[in-house]
Design a protein around this ligand. Structure first.
Ligand code: DGY
Length: 347
């Protein structure tokens, strides 16, 4: 029922996916490929217009998969070029028997790299200090013993311990922790859903695996109070909205840093701006923020000198984006032809 007049199956793609992934799709003569090839987000009206008669759609984070879209046709597969899937109505997909492909694993290292970068940038006042150069103020800022100082990420005497805290302890969190071990981190605390029950057996295994003095599953209050750096690396969506709120931020150490490379919705931006202004914590490094990309210079966090912000570039390396695109293309093909996907989310 999904063959077009030409006898081929229609597949809609909401971006040009570059030199590795497009040929994977184009070389399949059984497909009728419809591509939004402009270098800007695909227009919703265009997407909705293309869905009737399509067997598959390959789309991006900004393209909502909801009733409005699914009602337009009889899709076999939705393939998102992202590891996150809060733009997809999962129960609805399950109800309609539509498969979902996504792109975990291939972006883990790129995001973990940026996570560590933000921890360093936030601790060491990168925004404020780079700004001194950008504004031509370096000649006027005479060197003095404590100017531009911040807390040290690595452990060197006299620092005895370093504790990394993870809100969410999945693939990217663990890849981040692996990078922190050579910095001399000694302890790790984490909060992992769905269970909050302590798991000493698992924790002993993690302690050994990461070669730390301890790795402990804790409650969210302990996470806030025990960590030198809190890394937010849990999925977005309603269940995790504002887990980092005023109460959480007030429990953090004054010298601690908050890094969010997951989803903006996990952190209450107003509470974070207040925490930075009033010195409840040292600094923040954000790759994501609530309401993105509508973030302009009058945003309260953009105005904070100790808040380093990046425009959601966690996975933005050439290698990773090419791999994500290829994975999304393969998932689409597998969904359309009823084969095993490279990465399918169990619904
Ligand atoms: C994702 O894949 O979900 C990231 O946020 C963007 O790469």
């Amino acid at each position: 029922h999904l063959r077009t007049g030409s006898g081929r199956m229609k597949v809609v793609v909401t971006r040009d996916l570059g030199p590795d992934a497009m040929p994977l799709l184009r070389e399949r003569k059984e497909l009728d490929l419809v591509v939004w090839s402009e270098n800007r987000a695909c227009e919703r009206a265009w997407l909705l217009e293309q869905i009737p008669g399509a067997a598959g759609v390959l789309l991006m984070l900004a393209d909502k998969v909801n009733e409005e879209l699914l009602d337009k046709g009889f899709l076999k597969v939705v393939s998102t070029m992202s590891v996150g899937y809060e733009h997809v109505d999962l129960p609805l997909l399950a109800k309609r028997g539509v498969r979902l492909g996504y792109t975990p694993d291939v972006l883990t290292d790129a995001v973990a790299d940026v996570t560590v970068m933000l921890a360093l940038m936030a601790s060491r006042n990168a925004k404020e200090t780079a700004g001194v150069i950008d504004r031509g103020e370096w000649p006027n800022s005479t060197w003095s013993p404590f100017i531009f100082c911040g807390p040290q990420l690595s452990r060197t005497p006299p620092i005895q311990t370093r504790t990394a805290g993870f809100l969410g302890f999945g693939r990217i969190a663990q890849a981040t922790l692996r990078r922190l071990v050579p910095f001399g981190f000694t302890h790790c605390v984490y909060v992992a859903n769905p269970s909050t029950v302590p798991n000493p057996v698992q924790d002993a295994a993690y302690t050994k695996q990461f070669n730390l003095q301890s790795v402990r599953r804790v409650d969210i209050d302990t996470l806030a109070s025990a960590s030198d750096v809190v890394f937010v690396l849990a999925p977005g969506g309603d269940k995790t909205r504002h887990l980092v709120n005023e109460a959480f931020l007030r429990k953090m150490k004054k010298t601690a840093v908050l890094v969010n490379t997951a989803r903006g919705t996990l952190v209450d931006s107003d509470a974070l701006a207040k925490a930075l202004k009033e010195g409840w914590i040292w600094a923040a490094g954000l790759d994501v923020v609530e309401g993105e990309p509508n973030v302009t210079v009058d945003h309260p966090l953009v105005k904070e000198p100790r808040c380093v912000m990046l425009p959601h570039i966690g996975s933005a390396t050439f290698d990773t984006r090419l791999s994500m695109a290829a994975c999304a293309a393969r998932n689409t093909l597998a969904g359309v032809f009823g084969e095993t996907m490279q990465a399918e989310l169990e619904l």
